[in-house]
Ligand binder design. Structure first.
Ligand code: ADP
Ligand code: MG
Length: 393
């Protein structure tokens, strides 16, 4: 068991909180506030406990250099709106400016530091950089579920210098994901979609030992289809994964897991929303067309029925190019089936979460993870270094 917020007295303490404010920005504005909202329970709790709340996060991939467009100022504005209180923002995450700002804090104040990835020491988990991050604080709280699979200075390094605890979001994620992986009620269904099979092999391998069904879609299904001898034309396929896909099909069969490929799909003559398109059986994909949506009528019918009868469903990866309206049918149908089933429904993966949101079913799911890579790592059954690093109870 890891220490949680209830295990500390935060009154007047300088609390350094690693949040996941890695949010999408467009023209200097936050376009999706989910991750900021998800961090509010921990922040509000610490404010109410009279802590001095110092927030840090990474944003994007500045590669260890200062990048004007990856500053956290827009996040600070959004956070202040959501919190209904003042959030002071500084332009660094270490050094004199931070020290001074922290010295000026009163209990209940909220301070936002600058993007930790402006320093190369962050991703290298450089001990000296971690020490500088920790320098102005008394306690460290980890609440950035989206970053727990990375051993960076702001997630793991700082725990060498400060007593630590897991925040509410982190606990909620670990409980929700842990629950389905440890005590799944059958029938247990995994829907695996998304672009590439290569990033998800370890997940599928781990799930084969636990689930009753694997429903495939998206680019992953294309690779499975090709591995079974189907023509998939110009579809997104990983040709170097065909053998692995074949092995997974065999392994599923040996374990009595029903691994399904789409029966019919939506194909297009171009990778474009306005391309010509039609629905065909998977055996009739012309060489110069491509599959952009696994959601053919029979596929949707079969997948929906399995989801309806399930008790536990996890979903990772859209089953089509849902960003194109004309190819979102399959993904929307899956989202709807998940919204309507009585099963526990867990969504992992950034694009999958976005698809559920776009379809308007967010509050119909049991849990939507805020961490794409982190939830995948969890489904792989691997340990999460930043969680390991938190003090034990
Ligand atoms: P997640 O973020 O949920 O884990 P991934 O990152 O693995 O999902 O993949 C999401 C992407 O997969 C989406 O942007 C979608 O456009 C793409 N995709 C799904 N099906 C196809 C397809 N048939 N061809 C090309 N891209 C696809
Ligand atoms: Mg993704």
């Amino acid at each position: 068991m890891k220490k949680s917020l209830k295990d500390y007295d935060f009154k007047n303490k300088r609390v350094l909180v690693r949040v996941d404010f890695n949010v999408p920005l467009e023209n200097g504005k936050v376009t999706d506030t989910n991750r900021i909202e998800a961090a509010l329970p921990t922040i509000k709790y610490l404010v109410n406990e009279d802590a001095k709340v110092i927030l840090m996060s990474h944003l994007g991939r500045p590669k260890g250099e200062f990048k004007e467009e990856l500053k956290l100022d827009p996040v600070g504005k959004e956070l202040a709106n959501l919190l209904h209180r003042k959030v002071k923002k500084v332009d660094d995450c270490i050094g004199d400016e931070v020290k001074k700002a922290v010295d000026d804090m009163e209990k209940g104040d909220v301070l936002l530091l600058e993007n930790t990835r402006f320093y190369k020491g962050e991703k290298k988990n450089d001990p000296d950089f971690a020490r500088q991050l920790a320098e102005n604080a008394d306690i460290f709280v980890l609440d950035a579920f989206g970053a727990v699979h990375r051993a960076h200075a702001s997630t793991v390094g700082v725990t060498e210098y400060l007593p630590s605890a897991a925040g509410f979001l982190l606990m909620r994620e670990l409980n929700a994901l842990g629950d389905v992986m440890e005590n799944p009620e059958s029938p247990f269904v995994a829907i695996m979609g998304g672009a590439k099979i290569s990033g998800k092999i370890a997940v599928i391998e781990n799930l084969i030992d636990k689930v009753d069904y694997i429903l495939t879609g998206g680019g992953i299904a294309n690779t499975f289809l090709k591995s079974q001898g189907y023509e998939v034309g110009k579809s997104l396929v990983e040709d170097d994964q065909l053998q692995i896909a074949q092995d997974l099909v065999k392994k599923a069969k040996n374990k009595g897991v029903i691994l399904l490929l789409p029966h019919d799909v939506i194909i297009a003559d171009e990778f474009d929303n306005d391309a010509n398109y039609k629905e065909v059986p998977v055996s009739e994909v012309p060489v110069d067309w491509e599959i952009l949506d696994s959601g053919g009528s029979n596929t949707i019918k079969e997948y929906t029925k399995i989801i309806k009868d399930a008790k536990t469903v996890i979903w990772n990866g859209p089953i089509g190019v849902f960003e194109f309206e004309n190819f979102a049918r399959g993904t929307n149908a899956i989202a709807k089936a998940l919204a309507e089933t009585d099963a526990k429904t867990i969504i992992g993966g950034g694009e999958s979460a976005a698809a559920v949101k776009k379809a308007g079913f967010m509050d119909k799911m049991t849990h939507i993870s805020t961490g794409g890579g982190a939830s995948l790592r969890f489904f792989e059954g691997k340990s999460l270094p930043a969680v390991e690093a938190i003090d034990d109870l």
